[in-house]
Design a protein around this ligand. Structure first.
Ligand code: NAP
Length: 746
């Protein structure tokens, strides 16, 4: 970024905005001389006293004489009069910019003075920063820092002049955007002018009431928050409402309609409709905040955290583990596309599933909650989604992006899918390719086939057969979801079994799915019927407590209604082979998924060679299974698990480092690990020495070593545990409940 340098800058109007910019120019030495003209002599005297101007003039023409930059910083309605006054005194190549809150009328005023051929140096602008205080004394050098400035260059604007104005605002610490004049006025009418108008109106309404003193006396936070901006300068706002008349009236009409619709819902007692609007608005506000900040939905604390565990103990009790993430995603998608109202309980309120939920809200689906894991989805049917107003933001969720690609390929409207910086690096061609074969117009617009994804609407889809080149439940699901709208029967074959939650949930919503060996088929043109979905507890989260209870003395834990989908139960099978005492009780079906209470008690484990066919079915559970292996009698060998090296961390190396540090003899291999177990039969000696473990901010590593502490005599400190909360929000609370207190420090 270059530093702009001007010989002489002239300000016409030197109040809050003008004097703040003059302070920046002064402090950063961007001009040889600052001249100012204003309406009152007092302002000019103060400007000299404060040192924000070198020379002051009552006549604006005197101020601009010889200036290479002129900044109009007075109320917008004065623009024509000021330009008329300075026109003949302007240097021919002077850059002229302004700071007015409306742009259309400033351009009109310029045309009235200069004719249709505007000066090449004319570059209208608007800083989105300010305050309720006005005048030269209210200015601050940092007023624009970390704020946006919108420039609205015209066809006549010289690109060099635009560049220099942009650099000026950047020097003030602002982020500079460009847009056409009309768009600026329409956006600002809705985001700034309408809220100010409503604030003035609300205060006026209360002030006019006969008991106004009491009302103001008792007015609480809501009134104060909402009406803060009514303390702004009335004259300035009068000018803005008048100057941006058309766009302000449009925004006001939109609001009036919205208010009338809300009124009607209250009058008619339409409680679910009212709740839908309020829920959508609340979520949308949060969503916009995150989208603009490009941050995840749930704030992960950026402060590094650590767990301290005293060592020893046992686990007891009946525990509710949070809901399964894969099932939570699909419950929202199919609930939204179903006919009728779907009730979901046990929904995982983690950031990924929330991204899916918000996407459907953005496409017009009324969704209540989530509240304590309960979500109510007012389904719109397979053809009821509406075009979203903007791009759909998927946060960090690859599942949301890949599955939604399938659904959106079949809609009648165009969509764009974006995500946070990490999602933006993930490969999307693996799903785009088969969808294109079905007739979809889908484009990965990032480098190397990465997001954003742009999908064109109104493309008829045709069934295909697709041999998945890799084992991926997300790609399989994306294709099967697109197949709901495709003509004919789509089939997908997979090289190895992957999670089949989509197939099961389609059937729970009454949609036929045929499974023949490794081939899954779905025929388009059916209907999804709303249902009740109990999201099972996540077996990957349950695994920590299963291992914790198995390795520690006097433990007896029941994990309630855990999903035992056969594509996920490797951990149960492996622990059983190691001799763990595991019982499944109250087996049932919930939302197409098998569930059971898993009871697990202290057991003497023995080392085993882990069967390779169980590896894909337990891939996320190996970190904690390594802890079980260390507590077993004899050697455990894992092979065929090279994927562990490319998870959130290199889970083979990171676990091996931690185990060594705690005194375990283990050897990492390219595709697994050999662990010499230290467990002795029936005597429960200590297995682990204490120490400080580095989790590399990998949630599963952190939770695994938390369980190791149950067999340690010395305290274990685990560093970098802040990521635990995003995947298992109440992990520390459940540990506490089961008898394993964790001290959390930042
Ligand atoms: P301000 O503090 O009230 O300052 C206005 C300045 O303009 C004062 O120096 C005033 O002079 C001068 N002035 C008024 N009428 C004039 C005229 N007919 N000829 C010459 N000078 C005149 O207002 P501000 O907040 O800086 O606002 C200035 C501009 O910035 C407005 O166009 C506004 O739309 C825009 N803006 C304001 C904000 C905000 O939040 N305040 C934000 C973004 C943009 P005297 O003091 O001598 O009377």
């Amino acid at each position: 970024m270059g530093q702009p340098r001007f010989e002489k800058v002239a300000f016409i109007g030197l109040g809050l905005i003008g004097s703040s910019l003059a302070r920046v120019i002064r402090e950063r030495q961007l001009a040889g001389c600052i001249a100012a003209s204003s309406r009152s002599q007092t302002t000019l005297d103060q400007a000299l006293t404060l040192g924000v101007a070198d020379e002051v003039h009552r006549d604006p023409a005197d101020a601009v004489r010889g200036a290479d930059l002129v900044v109009l910083a007075m109320p917008v309605c004065a623009t024509e009069a000021v330009l008329t006054a300075i026109r003949l005194a302007l240097k021919p190549d002077a850059i002229i910019t302004d700071v007015g809150s409306t742009k259309g009328n400033v351009v009109e005023a310029a045309k009235a003075v200069f004719g249709e051929q505007l000066p090449a140096g004319f570059v209208p602008g608007h800083p989105i920063a300010g305050g309720e205080k006005t005048g030269v004394t209210a200015g601050k050098v940092d007023l624009f820092a970390h704020h946006k400035v919108i420039l609205t260059p015209l066809e006549s604007s010289d690109p060099e002049a635009v560049r220099r104005v942009r650099e000026l605002w950047q020097a003030a610490g602002a982020e500079v955007l460009e847009m056409p004049v009309d768009r600026h006025d329409a956006i600002l009418a809705r985001t700034s002018h309408l809220p100010h108008l409503l604030a003035f109106a609300l205060v006026e309404q209360l002030a006019a009431a006969s008991d106004n003193l009491d009302i103001f006396r008792y007015a609480a936070g809501g009134f104060r928050d909402f009406t803060r901006i009514a303390a702004s300068d009335p004259l300035m706002w009068h000018d803005i409402f008048m100057a941006n008349k058309t766009a302000v009236l449009d925004a006001l009409d939109g609001f009036t309609q919205q208010a009338a619709a809300l009124r009607e819902r209250i009058v008619s007692g339409d409680s679910s409709g009212l709740l839908g609007v309020l829920g959508r608005a609340q979520a949308a506000r949060e969503h916009f905040t995150h989208m603009l900040a490009k941050t995840p939905y749930m704030e992960t604390t950026s402060v590094s955290q650590q767990f301290t565990l005293n060592g020893g103990g046992s686990l007891r009790g009946r525990l509710h583990i949070p809901g399964d993430k894969s099932v939570s995603h699909r419950s929202i998608m199919l609930g939204a596309l179903a006919e009728g109202v779907t009730q979901v309980s046990g929904f995982l309120e983690g950031e990924d599933a929330l991204a899916t939920l918000q996407a459907f809200r953005d496409m017009g689906v009324v969704i209540e909650g989530p509240k304590n894991g309960n979500v109510t989805i007012h389904g719109v049917g397979l053809n009821g989604l509406k075009a979203p107003a903007g791009a759909l933001y998927m946060g960090n969720s690859g599942t949301s992006m890949r599955l939604l690609s399938g659904i959106l390929s079949a809609q009648s409207f165009d969509t764009v899918l974006t995500g946070d910086p990490s999602l933006t690096k993930r490969p999307m061609e693996r799903i785009a390719k088969p969808l294109r074969l079905m007739g979809a117009h889908i484009q990965s617009t990032g480098e190397r086939g990465t997001p954003p994804l742009s999908i064109k609407g109104n493309q008829p889809l045709t069934a295909i057969h697709y041999d998945l080149p890799m084992a991926s439940a997300q790609v399989k699901s994306g294709i099967l979801l697109a197949a709901l709208w495709a003509k004919g029967t789509t089939s997908v074959s997979e090289p190895e079994p992957t999670r089949d939650h989509t197939e099961r949930m389609l059937q729970a919503f009454g949609y036929p799915v045929s499974v023949n060996g490794n081939i899954v088929s779905v025929t388009g043109g059916g209907t999804l019927t709303a249902t009740r979905i109990q999201v099972p507890a996540d077996i990957s989260s349950a695994a920590f407590f299963m291992v914790g209870a198995a390795i520690s003395p006097n433990s007896d834990v029941t994990l309630l209604q855990v999903g035992i989908n056969p594509t996920r139960t490797g951990v149960i099978e492996i622990l059983r082979q190691m001799g763990a005492d595991i019982q499944l009780e109250n087996e049932a079906m919930a939302g197409g998924e098998p569930v059971a209470d898993i009871r697990i008690r202290s057991s003497q484990l023995k080392g085993i060679n882990i069967p390779e066919d169980q590896v894909p079915l337990a891939i996320d559970e190996f970190p904690v299974l390594f802890i079980a292996a260390a507590c077993a009698q004899g050697r455990t060998v894992l092979t065929g698990a090279e994927e562990l090296r490319v998870k959130e961390s290199d889970r083979i190396q990171v676990m091996a480092d931690g185990l060594h540090l705690l005194g375990i003899d283990c050897t990492p291999t390219p595709d697994g690990m050999i662990i010499e177990g230290k467990g002795q039969p029936d005597s429960w000696p200590e297995v682990f020495a204490g120490g400080q473990i580095e989790s590399h901010h990998d949630h599963r590593i952190a939770m695994s070593f938390t369980m190791a502490s149950l067999r340690s005599s010395q305290p274990i400190h685990i560093m970098g545990t802040e990521t635990v909360a995003t995947s298992f929000p109440n992990f520390t609370l459940l540990c506490q409940q089961a008898g394993l207190p964790i001290q959390v420090t930042e």
